[in-house]
Design a protein around this ligand. Sequence first.
Ligand code: ADP
Ligand code: MG
Length: 678
Amino acid sequence: MPATLFSDIEYLKGVGKARGEKYRKLGITDPYELIYHIPRDYLDFRAYVPIQQAVLNEYNVLKLTISHKLPPQRIKGGLVICKAAATDGIDTILVVVYNNVYAFHAMNEGETYYMYGKVTGNFTRKEISSPVYIKASENVLIQPIYRLTQGLSANMIRTNMRQALDLLSREPIETLPQDILDRYELCPLVPALENIHFPVSETAAEEARRRLAFDELLKLQLGMSMLKTRSRKNTAYKMDSSVGIDEFLSGLPFELTEGQSRAANEIIADMCRSVPMNRLLQGDVGSGKTAVAAAACYFAAKNGIQSALMAPTEILAIQHHRTLSEFLTPFGIQVGLLTGSLTQKKKNLLREQIASGELQVIVGTHAIIQKDVEYKSLGLVITDEQHRFGVEQRAALAEKGDSPHRLVMSATPIPRTLALIIYGDLDISAITQLPKGRKPIKTHAVTGKLRHRAFGFVRDRLDEGRQAYVVCPMIEDSDSDLFAVKTYAENAAQGDLKGYTTALLHGRMRAAEKEKVMKEFRDGKIQVLICTTVVEVGVDVPNAAVMVIENAERFGLSQLHQLRGRVGRGEYESTCILITDNLSEDCVKRMKIISSTSDGFRISEEDLKMRGPGDFFGSAQHGLPPLKIADIACNMELMNKAQTCAKDILADDPELSKPQHRTLKMDTLRLFSKDIIG
Ligand code: ADP
Ligand code: MG
């Protein structure tokens, strides 16, 4: 059976069952999908050098004629070494191929090739080992380099790619109408796909990238919009504005800041309308978003309506449950906690209480939006740090309830363009100031040489009664030199933190254990928490006033800011010590920025500037489908264009059901289903 663009990848000539399986591991199921396996780099054979000028012990491109092939040698362990003498017309070199008879046989005596490989030896005798090569007569001199998987050689992928592209040229596809291509100055799809793999020039490769990145961002926006974050229906939960929250406010242990009050009022006004609220509450770490959420829940409960608050981690869910209970139970509002790790019996009981309306506020992880949880009257859904949830969970959330009001809370101050992609079409409330009396967190970046001194400082604070966090990037020791919490805790107990009570906290601990540790830390029974970034979001222990971050180079600016936000939450002067031995320009710059400002918006801007939105998409911090092209090639300008384009298309054809949008719709669904299937 001849392969087509959409037949199983197995049917492509020379692929078959076994290799088909390997391709599937890369997420490639058909030739069309293969075409979207984008090269991670290119090899430019035009830049060859004479043998004489080859840099020893480095990779070089040479132009060589094979003068004489020697018979293959078999050595122990079943290894085969093939050698051939070759020349560039002036000097000679030995071409050595390890364990790849096939590649060796394909080389012919008397033929000239471009070869790319590591050159070793000395002035008189040189070798190039296991080179990637193409015939000098070939007209495509820029060759793609792909991410490999075991059992798929670079040449194999290239050959299959050629075949897939030939299929494409026989069944050309275009996802965008001509007027859009013209308006956004995009090249047509077929040449873009051809040139992303086998570019005739750098310019062609760049144009191809731009087109494909645009497509990807467009699909992302279309897909997110089709998840229908803003329901067009009216809500069944229009609330009564005459229900006040004064009683709640007077019960709080503090007075709301101006920003908090404004946000609470905006939220309440939204919930009194017949269109469902869709609002993002943005506020830097420590700005007090939870109290605003509590006000919203209070208002809903007084209107006889249930609220659900969903947190990305169990630790955070537990903490929110505590806070909300504290704020709300005095007014007779019952708050329940539903997480994945409860016993079946407890879960069943909670489900009953949720269904009967006995619980008015439900806090939990994504367990609270599962199908088997039925609410009596779910009218307000709040998500904390929603960008951490995956597409699937968002879809489930969007379907839950009868067009409830939605509030999303985030400490990540992302630009509006990105916010719209991540959260869909929404309104924004921003809390711009921190509660009164907060002292700014002092941040110092030091190298490992000062670790011992840094811990002297930590011990002083502990002796004054404060608590501390020590953050390491890894859980267990690995090949990397990165610090891991387990070993770190053992060493610290013998060394710098001898005599102090410490405990471990990381993502692989059981929920009950985590909870126990957090409780003891909160109660002051543990002085130092040695943890991974599980504490990054939301954890709130005001007495913790020192944080040490090891391998600080491993963390992005925004992440450091989030982590640091765990301290400076109370009346005490707080300090964050970043330890890194990485003195690269990039790292030093990051350390300077984070030490010099505590303004989350500025930090996020700098972060975006340094890393580009591409890195943002590459970092999988947002729960969007993985992008392949845009993560290396996109910029804000392109993103804005894709956004405008998506809006125009959806205004004209909201379900993408018109014939000219067929392929676009198929591609969009493909991008999203990938993530959902996992
Ligand atoms: P975040 O916005 O990072 O989620 P939280 O809601 O966890 O912040 O609040 C951080 C801390 O500030 C909590 O201990 C909370 O009780 C306290 N807090 C919140 N609002 C105020 C306020 N208006 N005045 C004083 N403290 C406040
Ligand atoms: Mg929070």
